[in-house]
Design a binder for this molecule. Structure first.
Ligand SMILES: Cc1cc2nc3c(=O)[nH]c(=O)nc-3n(C[C@H](O)[C@H](O)[C@H](O)COP(=O)(O)OP(=O)(O)OC[C@H]3O[C@@H](n4cnc5c(N)ncnc54)[C@H](O)[C@@H]3O)c2cc1C
Ligand code: SF4
Ligand code: SF4
Length: 946
């Protein structure tokens, strides 16, 4: 009965709401759309989503699932490639459980909750010189819960092993709703008897493993890595040492045996220094021979990319020689310092020269360079999404393992196999472990490609098992994609044992059904619609999305928004809440390896429903003869209204108007207001306005709105800096660059302003900016126009725009700077999102680091949004404040006296959030100060008019 289903769906969420409270349970269309996918090829729409905040929430959800028979799927970051974090019942998202609970430096262990992101954990451990070793390439976004449940590993498995080798204990909620302390128990330990008495299901597992120990030993994969099936091999190893090693049972069980709420992880000392080498081989045979030799040098990582992968990611783009047949990435850690690393590099280079190389090995010592080498490798899979509109990288044979010395034979077999199928394929992975990631590019909507996929799935897996005696799964998990082959990998008897283990721990089969233990074909639930879209659903953008950072919920995230705004079910009405929550910070666009701009898609949706109230304000703003006097009146009376009582009153009285912008919008009484200028920048520099109208200069300063209207010192500083560089900049007539207008959906107004600015700026060779958003918007003008003269003018302008920090960094002029103040100032840098999106990241740092009297400190999270995002601070002040928390911690931890930035809008948020605890300055202000004090010390007047 089709009509019954929605009722049922509602019933589950309604029940859970009663049990957990409405804040933690969602079943609205956008939320279910966002949670229907992970990074796999599948889609299953759940009935409800629970955002767990405590162990009690986990227990209540599990008990409810068990009582009602509704499937329950635990979920962390949803970056698995196998469809294991989606399901038809309840999605239990544990992301909000993301704290470090305890750290023991001496004994080198940490107790964490499962929602903590791997990279965050290691950042926090770094200050104790400790490290959690297993490092999936998705480490920037994946969370410990998923890593534990998948038995993840990564490039450095060679040195540190997989997750299963690094876990001391787990706390697990079993399907009975009871909690288990899963650690290694001695078989004679009375504590084990107590555990078995409380959990009879574990007694069954122990008996089964004892009885079938020989079978399990006989079926153990002979390769160095395996995440296929349940790890009964680890349990047998434990029995051989007279222990019941319970973590081994749950690590790698993919949420099918219980929900993990805590883990105690073994840590290692952080290596003191490392080198990374990139070696381009001209022949695959040589790679096969070189690998054992390289392994003898004890690398901590050894990765491979085959010739097709190099072609697909673009050889020119990554500087890869055209005749390279395969590229190896090798890393060496040393505790002995730089000298021993140099020796290692020499040994490595000498060894490599025995083979036919396309070029000398590139050896990187510097962290930045090493990161660059790794970044391309880590983002490989989503990068392949750029390759073709229809043919997408499909993960269905993505994780096989053979002996390391057989990997070139495997690659040769695979290349021939796919050549015969006429399919482009990327083969890369952890060659040191014999673990190959095989990603063919297919159009699953094409009948022939689909048939090739099914053939390839069976043939390749079978060959890996029979010819190579390998494993079908090294680290990604079985999920839905490999479940149907687990039986074939281990044979009926052992598979039956897996089934009995599952049945004893999850008798009602509510824990993540369809995953790992299932006969369902791998082609069920394939998301044919999504696989023709541009997004790889890799989740990388979530790791930088400030909204996701605060809400830890997929419906409030960049990846989720891509799903929501491109869904057939999308309507502004059902998705307004989420579509209006994006800050338009563009961090997602900057990081996306597949070249997707989620913010742009959201802006397009907003443009279908432009905000009228904001439109009225922008229309007023476009009439300076009306707007400017009003603003000046506000500036002149700021001393009167910008005090606690009037501000409280103003907040109250403006609330109905602000509500018309957004439900959450207000004029917050406690926000630190920037000082409004009583004389606007253009009035303060009439001579520059005049040369803007007619003068000979070839350089214009596009000041934008903030520098004109605010008395924040930025405009004066930019002009002073330009003058020190011998430039008398023009201030041509200009309209708002368009960023805030676009944010509220007023495309026509944006175009109007853009046309105005294009005409006004056309005659200048260089257009200098001081604002991050103006910089990006002017560079993005080409996106606003179809091909034609306007587009050409926009292209021309985009090439001529320079942020003031770029201008200074590139300038040949070297104006006198102060020789430094008595006390060196510690300066850190907040990298504004829009300037990063415009590609300007190095110049501001270079300029700051070169300032005399300044000790430049790179802060953690410098590249994260501060939450101001133009008018977002007014649109949703509370969320903006929550976003800022991370930035505040980073600034405080840096120990800086001054936080510099490149954007007047970010300065508003920084000043509001820091409240004077740390000084906030635009980079141009620091430059101007330095020039001025140099001038003063020589006894001449500075040229600034401030
Ligand atoms: C670009 C890219 C690169 C990747 N590289 C690697 C790699 O190098 N190595 C590697 O191993 N993997 C890799 N992966 C796969 C994936 O990122 C990892 O397996 C990762 O550890 C999954 O973590 P997650 O937080 O996203 O988990 P999710 O995808 O949310 O969940 C994974 C599994 O864990 C279960 N789960 C989550 N939390 C819990 C919990 N608290 N209790 C019980 N079960 C739980 C889920 O039910 C699911 O079965 C990559 C993925 C991508 C997109
Ligand atoms: S938008 Fe880009 S980064 Fe985000 S999930 Fe899609 S492919 Fe990954
Ligand atoms: S623009 Fe910023 S807030 Fe919006 S989706 Fe992208 S990262 Fe998230």
């Amino acid at each position: 009965m089709p009509l019954v289903l929605p009722e049922k769906r509602r019933a589950v969420a309604a029940d859970l709401r009663r049990l957990l409270g409405s804040e933690k349970v969602r079943d609205d269309v956008p939320t279910l759309t966002a949670y229907a996918v992970d990074a796999s090829i599948y889609k299953i729409v759940p009935q409800a989503v629970v955002l767990a905040e405590s162990e009690a929430d986990i227990q209540t959800s599990v008990t409810y699932a068990m009582r009602t028979g509704v499937p329950l799927t635990p979920r962390a970051a949803g970056t698995n490639l196998t469809g294991s974090a989606i399901g038809s019942g309840i999605i239990l998202d544990i992301s909000r459980l993301n704290r470090i609970l305890e750290l023991n430096r001496d004994e080198r262990w940490v107790r964490v909750q499962p929602g903590i992101v791997f990279a965050e954990l290691n950042k926090r451990l770094a200050c104790h010189s400790l490290l959690f070793g297993p490092d999936p390439s998705s480490g920037d976004m994946c969370k410990l819960g998923g890593m534990l449940a998948n038995n993840s590993s990564g490039p450095h498995t060679l040195r540190y092993g997989s997750v299963k080798d690094n876990v001391q204990a787990l706390r697990v909620c079993l399907s009975s709703g009871d909690w288990l302390e899963a650690r290694r128990y001695g078989l004679d330990d009375p504590a084990l008897h107590a555990v078995l008495a409380t959990h009879p299901s574990l007694q069954t597992v122990l008996e089964l493993v004892r009885q079938q120990a020989d079978l399990i030993r006989a079926k153990r994969p002979t390769v160095s890595k395996n995440s296929c099936g349940y790890n009964l091999f680890g349990l047998v190893d434990g029995l051989d040492q007279a222990v019941f090693d319970l973590p081994k049972l749950f690590v790698g069980s993919e949420g099918t045996l219980g929900v993990i709420s805590e883990a105690t992880l073994r840590l290692v000392d952080r290596p003191k220094a490392s080198i990374t080498a990139l070696i381009h081989f001209r022949s695959l045979e040589d790679v096969g021979e070189a690998v054992p030799q390289l392994l003898a040098l004890s690398p901590s990582a050894l990765e491979v990319m085959d010739t097709n992968t190099l072609n697909l990611i673009g050889r020119d783009r990554h500087g890869i020689p055209s005749d390279a047949a395969a590229t190896l990435l090798a890393e060496f850690d040393q505790d002995g310092g730089l000298d021993s690393l140099r020796e290692q590099a020499t040994r490595l280079t000498a060894l490599c020269h025995r083979y036919r190389l396309s070029s000398d090995p590139v050896v990187a010592f510097d962290q930045g360079q090493r990161d660059q080498l790794w970044n391309a490798r880590k983002a490989l899979y989503p990068t392949l999404y750029r390759y073709d509109q229809r043919k997408k990288p499909i993960n269905y044979v993505d994780d096989v393992v053979v002996r390391a010395d057989q990997i070139s034979e495997l690659i040769r077999y695979l290349e021939e196999f796919f050549r015969a199928q006429h399919i482009a394929v990327a083969i890369f992975g952890h060659i040191g472990n014999g673990n190959a990631h095989i990603v063919p590019l297919l159009d699953v909507n094409d009948r022939d490609d689909f048939a090739r996929m099914v053939d390839g799935y069976r043939a390749i897996h079978q060959t890996v098992l029979t010819r190579f005696s390998g494993s079908i799964c090294g680290e990604h998990g079985d999920g839905r994609v490999r479940a149907e082959f687990v039986r074939r990998m281990f044979g009926e008897e052992l598979y039956d044992l897996f089934v009995q283990v599952k049945r004893s721990l999850d008798p009602t089969r509510v824990m993540n059904p369809g995953v790992k233990i299932s006969d369902t074909s791998f082609t069920e639930h394939i998301d044919y619609t999504r696989l023709s879209k541009a997004c790889a659903t890799c989740g990388k953008c979530n790791s930088v999305c400030p909204v996701y950072d605060v809400f830890q919920s997929e419906d409030m995230s960049s990846r989720g928004w891509f799903e929501i705004v491109t869904s057939k079910e999308y309507s502004y009405l059902n998705s307004k809440r989420v579509v209006e929550a994006c800050l338009n910070c563009k961090s997602c666009r900057t990081i996306c390896p597949a070249d997707v701009d989620v913010s742009e898609l959201i802006l397009k949706r907003r443009a279908e429903h432009p905000n009228r109230m904001a439109g009225a304000v922008f229309a007023l703003h476009a009439r300076p003869w009306l707007f400017d006097p009003l603003l000046k009146a506000a500036a002149r009376t700021q001393w009167l209204w910008d005090r606690p009582r009037p501000r409280a009153w103003l907040e109250w009285i403006t609330r109905p108007l602000m509500r018309r912008i957004a439900e959450t919008a207000r004029f917050p009484r406690d926000m630190v207001m920037p000082r409004l200028a009583t004389r606007h920048l253009r009035e303060r520099y009439p001579e520059l306005v005049r040369i803007g109208a007619s003068g000979p200069t070839s350089i214009a300063y596009f000041h934008g709105c903030a520098a004109n209207y605010l008395d924040d010192g930025v405009g004066d500083a930019v002009i002073a800096v330009l003058r020190r560089h011998g430039v008398e900049p023009a201030l041509p007539v200009q309209r708002c660059s368009g960023t805030p207008i676009q944010t509220y959906g007023h495309v026509k107004l944006v175009l109007e302003g853009a046309r105005h600015n294009l005409a006004s700026l056309e005659r200048y060779d260089t257009v200098v900016t001081g604002c991050a958003s103006c910089t990006l918007m002017l560079k993005d003008y080409p996106q606003l126009f179809e091909a034609g003269p306007e587009r050409e003018a926009a292209d021309r302008l985009a090439r001529r725009v320079k942020h003031i920090t770029e201008f200074v960094a590139e300038s040949k002029e070297a104006p006198d700077q102060s020789t430094g103040t008595a006390r060196r100032r510690k300066v850190t840098y907040h990298s504004s999102c829009h300037l990063r999106a415009a590609g300007v990241t190095k110049a501001p740092r270079k300029v700051l680091a070169a300032l005399p009297g300044v000790e430049f400190i790179e802060m953690e999270d410098a590249d994260r949004c501060a939450g101001g995002a133009g008018t977002y601070i007014l649109k949703d002040y509370d969320t903006a404040a929550k976003i800022f928390e991370r930035k505040r911690r980073a600034i405080e931890d840096s120990g800086a006296d001054v936080v510099a930035t490149s954007c007047p809008a970010c300065m508003i948020q920084l000043n509001n959030g820091l409240r004077g605890t740390v000084q906030v300055k635009h980079v141009a202000e620091l430059l101007r100060d330095s020039f001025e004090s140099a001038q003063e010390s020589r006894g001449t007047d500075p040229s600034s008019k401030r």
